[in-house]
Design a protein around this ligand. Structure first.
Ligand SMILES: [Zn+2]
Length: 215
């Protein structure tokens, strides 16, 4: 089965360019919502309250995800999704431990429970879980001569969070176009750009990897 979701704003489909820019290891979905495993499956047609998960998925588990555009997959496909706890999802990161609790999760698409063309509840099997910190060692380092703040973006100068070993930086133009970067400093003082989200209008892309500056 193919599931392709429409844009909430214009009620139409958009095409997404998921090519991975040189230097990054992968592309992933962001802003998808993870249902607390103890909760019953909510209905899309009723505006009921449901609890998002505060615990990170583990390999081999089955999870329920609420997905929206740009989600477009066939059942059986594997893809990556950012996991962040309910607290971070709504409030943003405030402490280093919160960034540490997030991960890139590789999922296999098992089935669709319910969809209304804009939103869907799906079931996934967890194939791999890479905590943000492990991105800096899981993938071979890609060395760049660019400062990490301007690698594949306009220079990111504004700091969202400075909580060693994490630094979150961004730039945006009136919310229309922008970029968020997550940088990890390892025990040797080497900085690794591990996550990068870019947005422009309805289009949003998130890349993960291990990019370091050539010394
Ligand atoms: Zn649209």
């Amino acid at each position: 089965m193919e599931l392709r979701l429409k844009c909430k704003a214009c009620k139409d489909y958009h095409d997404f360019d998921r090519r991975i820019p040189e230097g990054y290891a992968g592309w992933c979905y962001d802003n998808m919502e993870w249902l607390d495993p103890a909760e019953p499956l909510p209905s899309l047609t009723q505006d009921e309250y449901w609890q998002r998960s505060e615990t990170r998925p583990q390999i081999g588990e089955t999870w329920k995800l609420c997905v929206t555009r740009p989600f477009h997959e066939q059942t059986g496909n594997t893809f990556y999704v950012v996991y962040e706890s309910a607290y971070q999802f709504f409030n943003g990161y405030e402490k280093a431990e919160e960034v540490d609790s997030s991960a890139i999760v590789q999922c296999r698409f098992e089935r669709v429970f319910e969809t209304d063309e804009i939103t869907a509840w799906i079931e996934v099997t967890i194939l791999d879980v890479i905590p943000f910190r492990e991105l800096a060692s899981r993938f071979p380092a890609y060395e760049t001569c660019e400062p990490l703040g301007s690698f594949y973006s306009e220079p990111c100068r504004d700091t969202d969070l400075n909580a060693p070993p994490w630094k979150l930086i961004y730039f945006s133009t009136a919310g229309e176009y922008g970029s968020y970067k997550t940088i990890f400093t390892d025990e040797n003082g080497v900085k690794h750009l591990v996550l990068h989200s870019t947005f422009c209008g309805w289009s949003e892309n998130t890349y993960f990897g291990n990019i370091i500056q050539k010394s």
